[in-house]
Design a protein around this ligand. Sequence first.
Ligand code: MG
Length: 358
Amino acid sequence: MQIADYQVERVSLPDEDPDWQIAGHRIPTNDGCIFTLIAEDGTRGEGYAAAFAHLGTTQDDTFEALRLAGELIIGRQAFAIEAAMAAVNAALPGANPARAAVDCALHDLKARAMNVPLYELLGGKSRERVEVMRILALKAPDAMAERAARLAGEGYRALKVKLAGAVHEDVARVRAVREAVGADVRLSADANMAFDVADATDFAARVDELGVTMIEQPVPSDALGALREVWRSAIPLEADEAAASPRAVLSLAAHRSVDGINLKLARSGGILATLGMARMCEAGGLAYRMGANVGSQLLVAHALHVAVSLPLIDLPCELAEFVRLEGDPYRGIEIVDGAIAPPEGIGTGIERIRHAGR
Ligand SMILES: [Mg+2]
């Protein structure tokens, strides 16, 4: 069966919190593109390209990249995902969110054509559901504590504290959140590269007593030596921005600079690339999990099917941030007691409820 046609749509999902921010980026609206492949028998497959500055792209560039990719794979065999992605990867080497959307659409289409849920294409289920971690946007300590208490009250048992890169304030953020949620909620901290080695090490020493279970990307992504120096601190370390390619993950695993890797479909370039990174982590003895795949439920659904399939995902995954975005054209993922399971049905299993409008 051949790919007969494709569609690209722009979508913009405003955050319910217009001041949502991390160190270095304010993100009031999550822009993206929906990429749809249509096979000759009418079967459709859909993928989502998250497109904003922190991922190194814009919505317009991603839209154009998806049009190029669509032209490239029309007429190809719909089930030959590896071959299609080899062509797309060669043509669009830097456009990782767009490549991810193409890869996800190919997987969704194949699963629908074979009448199975997507996870069946990915090795089948390793678990029924995935615990989620919610993210606390960067704010004053009191505001973050208030938000944390509300989320804990909604049943979430894992929270991530965003940091500014100022040790004293950041310790106050973690302390305020810990006091608000009590001892039973798992806390991690993410500096989004805002620390240097000395401050990251100082921060780690000061929050150890507050029960922080993981520190994410404290120092810049291009400084593997710095990451390794921070790795000597007491708290487990996760690479996020530094895990931007299979080559980068190979280096992190080979040089033992971190304890784990944060996997994101948009950043890695799709499901095939993400699975490859996970296998490298397994070979190198690193933990891995699905990190913040922020955007439409369409993106979350693909990440969720990967998360229930991969064997070693024991840490909470950041797959519930879609609840704070308005105007999502998809529905079907439900959060129950701080965890999510893939919806019943073929492909991603989620439902399109409106057109993106453009
Ligand atoms: Mg991060």
